[in-house]
Design a protein around this ligand. Structure first.
Ligand SMILES: [Zn+2]
Length: 328
C-alpha cells in the first residue's frame, strides 16, 4: 500500500513507523526521583511519574529509546556557571534533612547528585543528536534549570540544564548557531543571564507577565526575543506570539539544534500561574519547531523538562509534546 494511502488511514501510526529508524531519546535518572523539597512542594518527584505513566498509557513508551543520564562533569558545568558558585552548591549539599538555598529552593542529600545528572541528561541528548543516533530527545529530569543564573540558584533550579547542553554543543561539537525555545509560564531569567549578548545563541520565549521572576521585559539583548503575555492569555495569544515573533527570528537565525525549555505550567489547570494553554497548544508548537528544525537543524530538537505542577495536565501535555517528536 502506498505511503500516502497509509497516511490517510492511520496518520500517526504511519508517521511513527517511519520515524523509528532514528528514534526519540527519553533520558532520565533515578536520582531525579530522590531530590525532594518536602511534602508540600509543587516541584515534586511525582511529576516524573505523571509523565512516564501517561506515556505508557498512551502507547508511546515503546517507541522511545531510553537512556540513563550521566553526571555532567565539573568542566561541563563550568562552561555556564562560575567556579565559586559550583563550589558553593557542592558545599551546601546537606547530609540529611533540607537545606534552603533560596525561599523556594531546597536541597536534600540527593539534590546535588540529581542536579548533576539533570544537566548531564542534556549533555547526553546533545551528543546523541549530533552523532545522529537520535533525532530528538526529551530529558525527564529534576531539578529544572531555567531560573539558575550563572552565579545564583533560584526558583527550584540549581544548575541550568539547557544552558549546560547548549554550551556543550558549541564547545564539544563545534555547533555555531543554537536556538533556545522557552514556553514555561515563568521567564527563563537564568538562561537569559547566561546567554544575553551571545550572538551564537538565539533565545525565544513566552511567559506570563507580571509573574515570578518579574524579569524579561527590560534591557533585552539583541539575541533575546521575549514575549510577555498577560494573565488569562490562552491559545490565540500564544500562537500569535509564536507566529509573529518566534518563527521569523528562528528562520533568520537558522539554528543547527533547537533546545526547548519545556515547562508545562502555562496549562490552564496549573495552580502556579494564570495562562490558559491546553494540550493541543503544546502539540502545535512542537510541530512548528519540528518544521524549523527540519529546514535548518537536520530535525534535531533537545527538550528538557522545566515547570508544570498540575500532575495530570503535566502528563498529558508532555505526552503530546513527545508524541509529535516521535512522529516527526
Ligand atoms: Zn515555570
Amino acid at each position: 500500500m502506498p505511503v500516502v494511502a497509509q497516511d490517510r488511514i492511520r496518520p500517526a501510526a504511519a508517521r511513527i513507523a517511519r520515524a523509528i529508524a532514528v528514534p526519540t531519546a527519553f533520558i532520565s535518572h533515578p536520582s531525579s526521583l530522590l531530590h525532594d523539597m518536602g511534602p508540600y512542594h509543587p516541584e515534586c518527584p511525582d511529576r516524573l511519574h505523571a509523565i512516564g505513566d501517561r506515556l505508557i498509557s498512551a502507547g508511546l513508551d515503546g517507541y522511545l529509546r531510553h537512556y540513563l543520564a550521566p553526571e555532567a562533569t565539573a568542566a561541563q558545568l563550568a562552561r555556564v556557571h562560575g567556579a565559586a558558585y559550583i563550589a558553593t552548591i557542592e558545599a551546601e549539599s546537606p547530609d540529611s534533612g533540607l537545606h534552603y538555598i533560596d525561599p523556594d529552593t531546597a536541597m536534600n542529600a540527593h539534590s546535588l547528585n540529581a542536579a548533576r545528572h539533570a544537566a548531564g541528561a542534556v549533555v547526553l541528548a546533545t551528543d546523541l543528536v549530533t552523532r545522529g543516533e537520535c533525532r530528538t530527545a526529551f530529558c525527564a529530569v529534576r531539578p529544572p534549570g531555567h531560573h539558575a543564573e550563572r552565579n545564583r540558584a533560584m526558583g527550584f533550579c540549581l544548575f541550568n540544564n539547557i544552558a549546560v547542553g547548549v554550551a556543550h554543543a558549541i564547545a564539544a561539537h563545534g555547533v555555531s548557531r543554537v536556538a533556545i525555545v522557552d514556553f514555561d509560564v515563568h521567564h527563563g531569567n537564568g538562561t537569559e543571564d547566561i546567554f544575553a549578548g551571545d550572538s551564537r545563541v538565539l533565545m525565544v520565549s513566552t511567559f506570563q507577565h507580571p509573574l515570578y521572576p518579574y524579569s524579561g521585559t527590560e534591557n533585552q539583548a539583541a539575541n533575546m526575543v521575549n514575549v510577555p503575555l498577560a494573565e488569562g492569555s490562552g491559545s490565540d495569544e500564544f500562537r500569535d506570539a509564536v507566529r509573529m515573533r518566534w518563527l521569523p527570528a528562528l528562520e533568520r537565525h537558522r539554528p543547527e539544534i533547537i533546545y526547548v525549555s519545556a515547562g508545562f505550567d502555562a496549562h490552564r489547570e496549573d495552580p502556579l500561574a494564570g495562562l490558559k494553554l491546553v494540550e493541543s497548544d503544546y502539540a502545535w508548537v512542537t510541530r512548528e519547531l519540528l518544521a524549523v528544525a527540519a529546514r535548518h537543524a537536520k530535525g534535531r530538537i533537545v527538550s528538557a523538562l522545566e515547570g508544570g505542577y498540575a500532575l495530570s495536565a503535566l502528563g498529558r501535555s508532555a505526552t503530546e509534546h513527545i508524541r509529535e517528536m516521535i512522529a516527526a
